[in-house]
Design a protein around this ligand. Structure first.
Ligand code: GLA
Length: 378
Protein backbone atom coordinates (compact mmCIF):
# COMPACT_ATOMS: atom_id res chain seq x y z
CA UNK A 1 0.00 0.00 0.00
CA UNK A 2 1.25 3.45 -0.87
CA UNK A 3 1.94 5.99 1.78
CA UNK A 4 3.19 9.51 1.73
CA UNK A 5 6.37 8.65 3.69
CA UNK A 6 7.69 6.36 0.98
CA UNK A 7 6.91 9.01 -1.56
CA UNK A 8 8.64 11.71 0.48
CA UNK A 9 11.78 9.59 0.72
CA UNK A 10 11.77 8.99 -3.04
CA UNK A 11 11.40 12.72 -3.59
CA UNK A 12 14.39 13.43 -1.36
CA UNK A 13 16.63 10.97 -3.10
CA UNK A 14 15.55 12.22 -6.55
CA UNK A 15 15.58 15.98 -6.03
CA UNK A 16 17.89 16.30 -3.05
CA UNK A 17 15.36 18.32 -1.07
CA UNK A 18 12.24 17.72 0.96
CA UNK A 19 8.87 17.91 -0.76
CA UNK A 20 6.64 20.72 0.44
CA UNK A 21 3.35 18.94 -0.23
CA UNK A 22 1.97 15.51 -0.98
CA UNK A 23 -1.29 15.52 -2.91
CA UNK A 24 -3.52 12.61 -3.86
CA UNK A 25 -6.51 12.08 -6.12
CA UNK A 26 -8.50 8.83 -6.23
CA UNK A 27 -9.69 6.58 -9.03
CA UNK A 28 -13.38 5.74 -9.11
CA UNK A 29 -15.77 2.92 -9.71
CA UNK A 30 -19.18 3.77 -11.09
CA UNK A 31 -21.95 2.09 -9.10
CA UNK A 32 -24.68 2.89 -11.61
CA UNK A 33 -25.45 5.40 -14.38
CA UNK A 34 -23.33 4.23 -17.30
CA UNK A 35 -22.83 6.36 -20.42
CA UNK A 36 -25.41 8.75 -19.01
CA UNK A 37 -22.96 11.56 -18.23
CA UNK A 38 -22.57 12.73 -21.83
CA UNK A 39 -26.36 12.67 -22.14
CA UNK A 40 -26.72 15.29 -19.36
CA UNK A 41 -28.01 12.48 -17.14
CA UNK A 42 -27.47 11.06 -13.66
CA UNK A 43 -24.54 9.04 -12.35
CA UNK A 44 -23.59 7.43 -9.03
CA UNK A 45 -19.83 6.79 -8.91
CA UNK A 46 -17.72 6.25 -5.82
CA UNK A 47 -14.10 7.32 -5.34
CA UNK A 48 -12.00 4.29 -4.36
CA UNK A 49 -9.06 3.74 -2.04
CA UNK A 50 -6.67 3.51 -4.97
CA UNK A 51 -5.15 6.82 -5.93
CA UNK A 52 -2.47 8.81 -7.72
CA UNK A 53 -0.03 10.63 -5.45
CA UNK A 54 2.33 13.49 -6.21
CA UNK A 55 5.03 14.76 -3.84
CA UNK A 56 6.15 18.20 -4.93
CA UNK A 57 8.12 21.32 -4.25
CA UNK A 58 7.75 24.65 -6.05
CA UNK A 59 10.45 25.86 -8.43
CA UNK A 60 11.54 29.43 -8.96
CA UNK A 61 10.83 29.24 -12.68
CA UNK A 62 7.93 28.11 -14.88
CA UNK A 63 9.11 24.58 -15.47
CA UNK A 64 7.55 21.34 -14.29
CA UNK A 65 9.99 18.49 -13.74
CA UNK A 66 8.18 15.26 -13.02
CA UNK A 67 9.50 11.78 -12.33
CA UNK A 68 7.22 8.77 -12.59
CA UNK A 69 8.16 6.26 -9.93
CA UNK A 70 6.15 3.50 -11.54
CA UNK A 71 7.51 3.96 -15.06
CA UNK A 72 11.01 5.10 -14.08
CA UNK A 73 10.72 7.98 -16.54
CA UNK A 74 11.23 11.74 -16.37
CA UNK A 75 9.40 14.50 -18.15
CA UNK A 76 9.90 18.26 -18.28
CA UNK A 77 7.62 20.94 -19.64
CA UNK A 78 7.68 24.72 -19.66
CA UNK A 79 4.49 26.43 -18.63
CA UNK A 80 4.60 29.36 -21.03
CA UNK A 81 5.07 27.15 -24.05
CA UNK A 82 3.53 23.75 -23.47
CA UNK A 83 3.78 21.58 -26.55
CA UNK A 84 1.86 18.45 -27.39
CA UNK A 85 3.70 15.17 -27.64
CA UNK A 86 2.93 11.59 -26.64
CA UNK A 87 2.95 9.70 -23.36
CA UNK A 88 1.86 9.84 -19.74
CA UNK A 89 2.93 13.46 -19.16
CA UNK A 90 0.24 14.68 -21.58
CA UNK A 91 -2.33 14.41 -18.77
CA UNK A 92 -0.28 16.79 -16.63
CA UNK A 93 0.46 19.14 -19.51
CA UNK A 94 -3.20 19.15 -20.53
CA UNK A 95 -4.27 20.23 -17.05
CA UNK A 96 -1.65 23.00 -17.00
CA UNK A 97 -2.89 24.14 -20.42
CA UNK A 98 -6.55 24.12 -19.29
CA UNK A 99 -5.77 25.97 -16.03
CA UNK A 100 -3.82 28.65 -17.88
CA UNK A 101 -6.59 28.93 -20.45
CA UNK A 102 -8.99 29.63 -17.58
CA UNK A 103 -6.78 32.51 -16.41
CA UNK A 104 -4.74 30.88 -13.63
CA UNK A 105 -1.14 31.98 -13.49
CA UNK A 106 0.89 28.92 -12.64
CA UNK A 107 4.17 28.34 -10.88
CA UNK A 108 6.48 25.42 -11.76
CA UNK A 109 7.39 22.54 -9.50
CA UNK A 110 9.48 19.42 -9.11
CA UNK A 111 7.39 16.34 -8.48
CA UNK A 112 7.37 12.59 -8.08
CA UNK A 113 4.23 10.81 -9.23
CA UNK A 114 3.11 7.31 -8.33
CA UNK A 115 -0.12 5.45 -7.86
CA UNK A 116 -2.01 2.23 -7.39
CA UNK A 117 -4.98 2.79 -9.70
CA UNK A 118 -4.73 0.00 -12.28
CA UNK A 119 -4.15 1.59 -15.69
CA UNK A 120 -6.63 1.05 -18.50
CA UNK A 121 -8.96 -0.96 -16.26
CA UNK A 122 -11.82 1.53 -16.34
CA UNK A 123 -11.07 2.86 -12.84
CA UNK A 124 -10.20 6.35 -14.11
CA UNK A 125 -6.48 6.42 -13.54
CA UNK A 126 -6.28 9.28 -16.03
CA UNK A 127 -8.85 11.40 -14.16
CA UNK A 128 -6.88 10.71 -10.97
CA UNK A 129 -3.66 11.96 -12.62
CA UNK A 130 -5.50 15.06 -13.84
CA UNK A 131 -7.00 15.95 -10.47
CA UNK A 132 -3.75 15.25 -8.63
CA UNK A 133 -2.05 17.61 -11.08
CA UNK A 134 -4.69 20.29 -10.52
CA UNK A 135 -4.21 19.86 -6.75
CA UNK A 136 -0.45 20.21 -7.19
CA UNK A 137 -0.85 23.48 -9.10
CA UNK A 138 -3.34 24.77 -6.51
CA UNK A 139 -0.58 24.26 -3.90
CA UNK A 140 2.31 25.86 -5.79
CA UNK A 141 0.27 28.64 -7.36
CA UNK A 142 -1.77 29.44 -4.25
CA UNK A 143 -5.31 29.27 -5.55
CA UNK A 144 -8.38 27.93 -3.73
CA UNK A 145 -9.60 24.43 -4.48
CA UNK A 146 -12.88 24.58 -6.37
CA UNK A 147 -13.69 20.90 -6.93
CA UNK A 148 -16.30 21.38 -9.66
CA UNK A 149 -14.23 23.85 -11.63
CA UNK A 150 -11.14 21.66 -11.34
CA UNK A 151 -13.17 18.69 -12.56
CA UNK A 152 -14.42 20.69 -15.54
CA UNK A 153 -10.95 21.91 -16.47
CA UNK A 154 -9.54 18.39 -16.13
CA UNK A 155 -12.28 17.12 -18.42
CA UNK A 156 -11.33 19.86 -20.88
CA UNK A 157 -7.72 18.68 -20.72
CA UNK A 158 -8.79 15.13 -21.46
CA UNK A 159 -11.16 16.16 -24.29
CA UNK A 160 -9.04 18.77 -25.99
CA UNK A 161 -5.44 18.02 -25.08
CA UNK A 162 -5.38 14.23 -24.76
CA UNK A 163 -8.18 13.83 -27.33
CA UNK A 164 -10.52 11.51 -25.41
CA UNK A 165 -14.12 12.64 -25.67
CA UNK A 166 -15.16 11.58 -22.14
CA UNK A 167 -17.99 13.02 -20.04
CA UNK A 168 -17.65 14.71 -16.64
CA UNK A 169 -18.27 11.75 -14.30
CA UNK A 170 -14.72 10.51 -13.68
CA UNK A 171 -13.20 13.92 -12.99
CA UNK A 172 -16.07 14.92 -10.68
CA UNK A 173 -15.81 11.67 -8.73
CA UNK A 174 -12.06 12.16 -8.29
CA UNK A 175 -12.48 15.83 -7.36
CA UNK A 176 -15.57 16.02 -5.18
CA UNK A 177 -16.24 12.69 -3.43
CA UNK A 178 -16.61 12.32 0.31
CA UNK A 179 -15.23 9.37 2.33
CA UNK A 180 -17.86 6.75 3.14
CA UNK A 181 -20.17 8.00 0.40
CA UNK A 182 -21.01 7.52 -3.23
CA UNK A 183 -21.44 10.69 -5.29
CA UNK A 184 -24.79 11.26 -6.93
CA UNK A 185 -24.48 13.79 -9.71
CA UNK A 186 -26.72 15.55 -12.14
CA UNK A 187 -24.38 15.92 -15.11
CA UNK A 188 -26.36 18.82 -16.56
CA UNK A 189 -26.29 21.11 -13.53
CA UNK A 190 -23.32 19.48 -11.76
CA UNK A 191 -25.44 19.42 -8.61
CA UNK A 192 -24.09 16.72 -6.31
CA UNK A 193 -25.31 14.80 -3.32
CA UNK A 194 -23.18 12.59 -1.07
CA UNK A 195 -24.99 9.31 -0.62
CA UNK A 196 -23.87 7.10 2.29
CA UNK A 197 -23.30 3.46 1.38
CA UNK A 198 -25.75 1.12 3.10
CA UNK A 199 -24.46 -0.77 6.14
CA UNK A 200 -23.29 -4.34 5.75
CA UNK A 201 -22.53 -4.13 2.06
CA UNK A 202 -19.13 -4.27 0.38
CA UNK A 203 -18.29 -2.95 -3.08
CA UNK A 204 -16.16 -5.41 -5.02
CA UNK A 205 -14.42 -4.36 -8.20
CA UNK A 206 -13.88 -7.34 -10.48
CA UNK A 207 -11.12 -6.79 -13.01
CA UNK A 208 -11.51 -9.13 -15.98
CA UNK A 209 -7.84 -8.50 -16.92
CA UNK A 210 -9.02 -7.65 -20.45
CA UNK A 211 -8.31 -4.14 -21.74
CA UNK A 212 -9.62 -1.84 -24.38
CA UNK A 213 -8.56 1.77 -24.84
CA UNK A 214 -11.11 4.55 -25.17
CA UNK A 215 -9.39 6.55 -27.88
CA UNK A 216 -10.76 5.63 -31.28
CA UNK A 217 -13.10 3.06 -29.78
CA UNK A 218 -16.82 2.67 -30.15
CA UNK A 219 -17.30 5.26 -27.37
CA UNK A 220 -17.56 8.15 -29.83
CA UNK A 221 -19.93 6.18 -31.99
CA UNK A 222 -22.23 5.65 -28.98
CA UNK A 223 -22.14 9.37 -28.31
CA UNK A 224 -23.19 10.15 -31.87
CA UNK A 225 -26.01 7.63 -31.75
CA UNK A 226 -27.26 9.14 -28.49
CA UNK A 227 -27.18 12.60 -30.06
CA UNK A 228 -29.21 11.24 -32.96
CA UNK A 229 -31.69 9.90 -30.41
CA UNK A 230 -31.97 13.34 -28.78
CA UNK A 231 -32.57 14.91 -32.22
CA UNK A 232 -35.37 12.42 -32.87
CA UNK A 233 -37.13 13.49 -29.68
CA UNK A 234 -36.38 17.16 -30.37
CA UNK A 235 -34.59 17.66 -27.04
CA UNK A 236 -31.16 18.91 -25.99
CA UNK A 237 -30.13 15.53 -24.56
CA UNK A 238 -31.68 12.13 -23.87
CA UNK A 239 -31.88 13.17 -20.23
CA UNK A 240 -34.98 15.14 -21.25
CA UNK A 241 -36.94 12.04 -22.32
CA UNK A 242 -38.90 9.99 -19.76
CA UNK A 243 -39.32 6.22 -19.93
CA UNK A 244 -43.04 6.72 -20.70
CA UNK A 245 -42.30 9.14 -23.58
CA UNK A 246 -39.76 6.73 -24.97
CA UNK A 247 -42.17 3.80 -24.85
CA UNK A 248 -44.88 5.80 -26.58
CA UNK A 249 -42.66 6.74 -29.53
CA UNK A 250 -39.95 4.09 -29.79
CA UNK A 251 -41.61 2.34 -32.73
CA UNK A 252 -41.20 5.53 -34.82
CA UNK A 253 -37.40 5.49 -34.56
CA UNK A 254 -36.13 4.22 -37.91
CA UNK A 255 -32.55 3.41 -36.95
CA UNK A 256 -32.58 0.34 -34.71
CA UNK A 257 -29.20 1.10 -33.14
CA UNK A 258 -30.32 4.63 -32.22
CA UNK A 259 -33.48 3.20 -30.69
CA UNK A 260 -31.52 0.74 -28.55
CA UNK A 261 -28.96 3.31 -27.43
CA UNK A 262 -31.75 5.69 -26.44
CA UNK A 263 -33.55 2.93 -24.54
CA UNK A 264 -30.41 2.25 -22.53
CA UNK A 265 -29.79 5.89 -21.63
CA UNK A 266 -33.39 6.67 -20.74
CA UNK A 267 -33.93 3.56 -18.61
CA UNK A 268 -30.48 3.91 -17.02
CA UNK A 269 -31.24 7.45 -15.86
CA UNK A 270 -34.36 6.12 -14.17
CA UNK A 271 -32.34 3.31 -12.58
CA UNK A 272 -29.96 5.85 -11.04
CA UNK A 273 -32.88 7.73 -9.48
CA UNK A 274 -34.34 4.44 -8.26
CA UNK A 275 -30.93 3.44 -6.88
CA UNK A 276 -30.79 6.67 -4.87
CA UNK A 277 -34.22 5.89 -3.41
CA UNK A 278 -33.06 2.37 -2.57
CA UNK A 279 -29.90 3.69 -0.91
CA UNK A 280 -31.89 6.12 1.20
CA UNK A 281 -34.26 3.35 2.21
CA UNK A 282 -31.36 0.98 2.95
CA UNK A 283 -32.94 -1.43 0.46
CA UNK A 284 -29.88 -3.32 -0.75
CA UNK A 285 -31.90 -6.02 -2.51
CA UNK A 286 -33.50 -3.45 -4.83
CA UNK A 287 -30.16 -1.76 -5.38
CA UNK A 288 -28.71 -5.11 -6.45
CA UNK A 289 -31.56 -5.73 -8.87
CA UNK A 290 -30.94 -2.34 -10.44
CA UNK A 291 -27.29 -3.32 -10.93
CA UNK A 292 -28.37 -6.52 -12.71
CA UNK A 293 -30.84 -4.65 -14.91
CA UNK A 294 -28.19 -2.09 -15.79
CA UNK A 295 -25.89 -4.85 -17.00
CA UNK A 296 -28.55 -6.35 -19.25
CA UNK A 297 -29.21 -2.92 -20.74
CA UNK A 298 -25.51 -2.25 -21.33
CA UNK A 299 -25.09 -5.67 -22.88
CA UNK A 300 -28.16 -5.76 -25.09
CA UNK A 301 -29.10 -2.13 -25.80
CA UNK A 302 -25.93 -0.06 -25.58
CA UNK A 303 -23.86 -3.10 -26.63
CA UNK A 304 -20.71 -2.11 -24.77
CA UNK A 305 -20.14 -5.30 -22.77
CA UNK A 306 -17.79 -8.12 -23.79
CA UNK A 307 -17.62 -11.87 -23.33
CA UNK A 308 -15.21 -11.51 -20.41
CA UNK A 309 -17.40 -8.85 -18.72
CA UNK A 310 -20.50 -11.01 -19.14
CA UNK A 311 -18.66 -14.02 -17.72
CA UNK A 312 -17.40 -12.22 -14.65
CA UNK A 313 -20.79 -10.59 -14.02
CA UNK A 314 -22.55 -13.95 -14.27
CA UNK A 315 -19.93 -15.55 -12.01
CA UNK A 316 -20.62 -12.86 -9.42
CA UNK A 317 -24.40 -13.02 -9.73
CA UNK A 318 -24.26 -16.80 -9.16
CA UNK A 319 -22.96 -16.28 -5.60
CA UNK A 320 -25.55 -16.16 -2.85
CA UNK A 321 -23.68 -13.32 -1.11
CA UNK A 322 -24.05 -11.11 -4.20
CA UNK A 323 -26.93 -8.60 -4.33
CA UNK A 324 -26.17 -7.58 -7.90
CA UNK A 325 -23.38 -7.07 -10.41
CA UNK A 326 -22.75 -5.16 -13.62
CA UNK A 327 -19.99 -4.01 -15.92
CA UNK A 328 -18.70 -0.58 -14.98
CA UNK A 329 -17.04 2.26 -16.88
CA UNK A 330 -16.93 2.64 -20.63
CA UNK A 331 -17.05 -1.10 -21.27
CA UNK A 332 -15.54 -3.43 -23.92
CA UNK A 333 -13.15 -4.74 -21.24
CA UNK A 334 -11.88 -3.69 -17.82
CA UNK A 335 -13.96 -4.10 -14.70
CA UNK A 336 -17.32 -5.07 -13.31
CA UNK A 337 -18.69 -4.01 -9.94
CA UNK A 338 -20.63 -6.16 -7.47
CA UNK A 339 -22.53 -5.43 -4.28
CA UNK A 340 -21.71 -8.12 -1.79
CA UNK A 341 -22.69 -9.03 1.76
CA UNK A 342 -19.79 -7.58 3.75
CA UNK A 343 -19.46 -10.60 6.05
CA UNK A 344 -19.10 -12.97 3.09
CA UNK A 345 -16.82 -11.01 0.85
CA UNK A 346 -13.78 -13.26 1.16
CA UNK A 347 -15.64 -16.41 0.16
CA UNK A 348 -17.26 -14.41 -2.65
CA UNK A 349 -13.88 -13.30 -3.97
CA UNK A 350 -12.53 -16.84 -4.04
CA UNK A 351 -15.62 -18.32 -5.65
CA UNK A 352 -15.81 -15.64 -8.37
CA UNK A 353 -12.10 -15.97 -9.19
CA UNK A 354 -12.43 -19.74 -9.52
CA UNK A 355 -15.59 -19.63 -11.59
CA UNK A 356 -14.29 -16.88 -13.87
CA UNK A 357 -11.01 -18.77 -14.38
CA UNK A 358 -12.92 -21.89 -15.30
CA UNK A 359 -15.23 -20.09 -17.73
CA UNK A 360 -12.78 -17.72 -19.39
CA UNK A 361 -9.34 -19.18 -18.78
CA UNK A 362 -8.36 -15.76 -17.40
CA UNK A 363 -7.21 -14.55 -13.99
CA UNK A 364 -9.39 -11.90 -12.36
CA UNK A 365 -8.13 -9.39 -9.84
CA UNK A 366 -10.72 -8.47 -7.25
CA UNK A 367 -10.53 -5.33 -5.13
CA UNK A 368 -12.85 -4.76 -2.21
CA UNK A 369 -13.00 -0.98 -2.33
CA UNK A 370 -13.70 1.60 0.35
CA UNK A 371 -15.53 4.78 -0.60
CA UNK A 372 -12.87 7.47 -0.34
CA UNK A 373 -12.52 11.23 -0.31
CA UNK A 374 -11.84 13.24 -3.44
CA UNK A 375 -8.56 15.00 -4.27
CA UNK A 376 -6.73 16.17 -1.16
CA UNK A 377 -3.51 17.57 0.23
CA UNK A 378 -2.13 14.98 2.64
C1 GLA B 1 -15.77 6.60 -19.35
C2 GLA B 1 -15.88 8.12 -19.51
C3 GLA B 1 -16.99 8.67 -18.61
C4 GLA B 1 -18.31 7.91 -18.84
C5 GLA B 1 -18.06 6.40 -18.76
C6 GLA B 1 -19.28 5.60 -19.10
O1 GLA B 1 -15.36 6.30 -18.04
O2 GLA B 1 -14.66 8.72 -19.16
O3 GLA B 1 -17.15 10.04 -18.85
O4 GLA B 1 -18.90 8.27 -20.04
O5 GLA B 1 -17.01 6.00 -19.62
O6 GLA B 1 -20.26 5.78 -18.14
Amino acid sequence: MLNSHTLQRSFESHFNAKPQWVVRAPGRVNLIGEHTDYNDGYVLPMAIDHAIWIALRPREDDQVHIHSLDLGQDSVFILNRIEKSEGWAEYLKGVAWALQGAGYSLRGWNGIITGDVPRGAGLSSSAAVELATARAFACTSGFDWDAKLMARLSQKAENQWVGVNCGIMDQMASAASQAGHALFMDCRTLDIQHAPLPQGVAVAVLDTSTRRGLVGSAYNERREQCEAGARFFGVKALRDVSVAEFKARQHEIQDEAVCKRARHIITENQRVLDAMDAMHAGDIATLGQLFNASHVSLRDDLEVSSTALDQIVESAQAQSACYGARMTGAGFGGCAVALVRADAVEAFTQAVSAEYRQRSGLEATIYVCQPSAGASVE
